[in-house]
Design a protein around this ligand. Structure first.
Ligand SMILES: [Zn+2]
Length: 585
């Protein structure tokens, strides 16, 4: 029975009067009504709203002055643990004065919250052996929701979230050096817009394939409920393949790869099926039309694919290796053809003035896959100049692939691997990781973030620190690396100054208004998507209007219009997936 049916059988006035008469009795009979009202969670107590593994550190952060805290079981409000808060620390990045509530020694699975007398209670969270599996599932399905060129249905648990097939027709833009139809159906929409970009696809798809290579044994048993589920290929590889096939379709006959496929300008904030702008294959505007960064990115990702798809689809693996070799040959001939938007095009340009790190990544992945001397020799001639990049974690980004190149060389099992080079990479990574661990454990909010890290996509920086630390633990297993990586995950899932989970539909208090056209069209945030996060660069009107002296970590708005702090994007989404995969049991 709906409430409107119930109301229609009474006059509104008599209903209200009877309710008022009954209220004192109700409150007397059900004191819980009052206590529940008093227990609205306060943002002053910050927890990972997903949870904490049973055997690791468990810390909540409190941003008002108090002495002690209680851990309470959510089902019956029973106190199961109590402790003192740490001494207050000033946090420069937020301007907050914070204290830590450490309940690491409590190890019973269940759902709990933190209560501080005079302050209030936190949102609920779980203590569990493997608390992040569902978040991994949702974050991977975030990619499925970004699929272009096919109907998408997020299933019964998110029944409002569907879209029909979009962008089924494409054509060559004059800047590509060709003309006519080129549909290239598929790929993921890059971010809040509907463009598809090879360069940002490079690190995103490569990171997911790495997650499989490193954590496959943990991931293979987690179905993602995507159309390919049950086809014999692990779901994370099926999802990555959706984008990889589009990347392969961007390769020209000469081996070069066009930079992007977008409309000439961003569409309005409309549903994807309403975007009727032509989807254009866009090139550099003059010969050779393809860009080196895009071509080398494809070479690297297709070389990884040749390894990881081999046990599941030999033919596809071979197709990837052939594409990688053709791309490599093109990049060798054209070592630094850079891209800036040609006249009349003003979608994101992912411009990068230096493609030598992308080329190094291609050489390193091709070496790891084939063991052929040419790739090894190329890598060994070039790698040393890139080593200093590792000194400044998180180091990797869509325009900085040197860390991926160096790490894949050191992680390779090829017999031709140069031991001295591998050791230099390993040592440098471990030294920097130890510095990050130190900073994380002494930081008031227990994050790896420096005050200068709050720029566009800062949540991707936090996830990137996590990835850096997890790679370090591949070189030298050390719980301090995985714990510090998890601290950054806690930051993203609610243990931050806003007490916001920055992944949509994850936790009890997730952000609500991503700069994301499908979410705007649906009227509700699509599930599993990571926000860009605080951005002291303030490159939009919402952030520009904030007070000038606001600390950097506070420069964030959960508003659709704040594209500089609340857009989603596949590159930081991939770093989140890698971090979650590393924190699974
Ligand atoms: Zn599309």
């Amino acid at each position: 029975m709906t409430s409107s049916y119930f109301l229609s059988s009474l006059s509104a006035r008599s209903f209200r009067e009877s309710l008022l008469l009954a209220l004192p009795a109700l409150l007397f009979l059900f004191p819980m009504v009052r206590s529940l009202r008093a227990q609205t969670p306060t943002p002053a107590i910050k927890v990972d709203q997903v949870g904490y593994p049973l055997d690791g550190p468990k810390i909540a952060i409190v941003s008002t002055s108090a002495h002690s805290f209680q851990l309470k079981q959510s089902s019956d409000q029973r106190v199961v643990f109590q402790g003192n808060l740490s001494v207050p620390q000033a946090d420069a990045a937020t301007g907050d004065q914070v204290q830590a509530a450490d309940f690491s020694s409590f190890r019973k699975p269940g759902t709990y919250y933190i209560e501080v007398a005079g302050v209030g209670r936190s949102w609920n969270f779980a203590l569990a052996r493997n608390p992040f599996e569902r978040t991994y599932y949702l974050a991977m399905r975030g990619f499925y929701g970004q699929r272009c060129g096919t109907a998408v249905d997020m299933g019964p648990e998110f029944s409002r979230f569907t879209h029909p097939a979009c962008h089924l027709h494409g054509e060559f833009h004059p800047s590509s050096g060709k003309s006519g139809v080129r549909d290239n159906i598929g790929g993921w929409h890059d971010a809040g817009d509907y463009g598809r970009y090879v360069v940002n696809s490079g690190i995103s798809t490569g990171t997911l394939l790495w997650a499989w290579e490193i954590y496959g044994s943990k991931l293979k048993g987690i179905p993602l409920n995507i159309p390919e589920t049950g086809n014999g290929t692990p779901d994370i590889l099926s999802e990555a393949r959706w984008n990889l096939e589009w990347m392969l379709s961007m390769q020209d006959e000469d081996g070069g790869v066009w930079h992007k496929q977008t409309s000439e300008s961003f569409p309005g904030m409309i549903a994807l099926q309403d975007d009727k702008l032509p989807s254009e294959v866009i090139g550099t505007g003059s010969a050779p039309y393809k860009s080196t960064c895009a071509t080398a990115d494809l070479a690297a990702v297709a070389a990884i694919a040749a390894r990881v798809y081999k046990p599941f689809d030999q033919k596809f693996a071979e197709q990837n290796l052939a594409a990688a070799r053709r791309a490599w040959a093109w990049a060798e001939k054209n070592p630094n053809v850079t891209f800036t938007n040609p006249a009349g095009v003003n979608t994101g340009d992912y411009g990068d003035s230096n493609c030598s790190d992308e080329v190094l990544w291609a050489a390193a992945e091709l070496n790891r896959t084939t063991g052929e001397p040419a790739f090894n020799t190329f890598f060994l001639k070039a790698y040393a100049q890139f080593l200093p990049v590792l000194d400044a974690p998180p180091a990797a980004g869509w325009n900085q692939l040197a860390p991926m190149a160096l790490w894949t060389y050191a992680l390779s099992h090829q017999k031709t691997k140069d031991a001295e080079a591998a050791e230099a990479i390993r040592k440098r990574t471990l030294a920097a990781a130890h510095v990050v661990v130190e900073r994380t454990s002494s930081s008031p909010y227990r994050t790896s973030m420096k005050s200068t890290d709050y720029y566009w996509g800062s949540n991707g920086v936090a996830a990137g620190y996590g990835m850096y630390l997890l790679i370090a633990s591949q070189f030298a297993p050390d719980p301090s690396f995985t714990n510090a990586a998890r601290d950054n995950l806690h930051y993203l899932l609610g243990r931050n100054t806003f007490s916001l989970s920055w992944v949509t539909k994850v936790g009890e208090n997730p952000f609500q208004h991503p700069h994301h056209r499908p979410s705007v069209a649906t009227g509700e945030a699509w599930p599993g998507l990571l926000s860009g996060g605080p951005n002291a660069g303030r490159e939009d009107a919402v952030l520009a209007a904030f007070p000038k002296d606001l600390p950097p970590a506070k420069v964030y708005a959960d508003q659709m219009a704040s594209y500089a702090s609340n857009e989603i994007a596949i590159n930081w989404q991939a770093a989140l997936v890698f971090l979650l995969a590393g924190e699974l049991h």
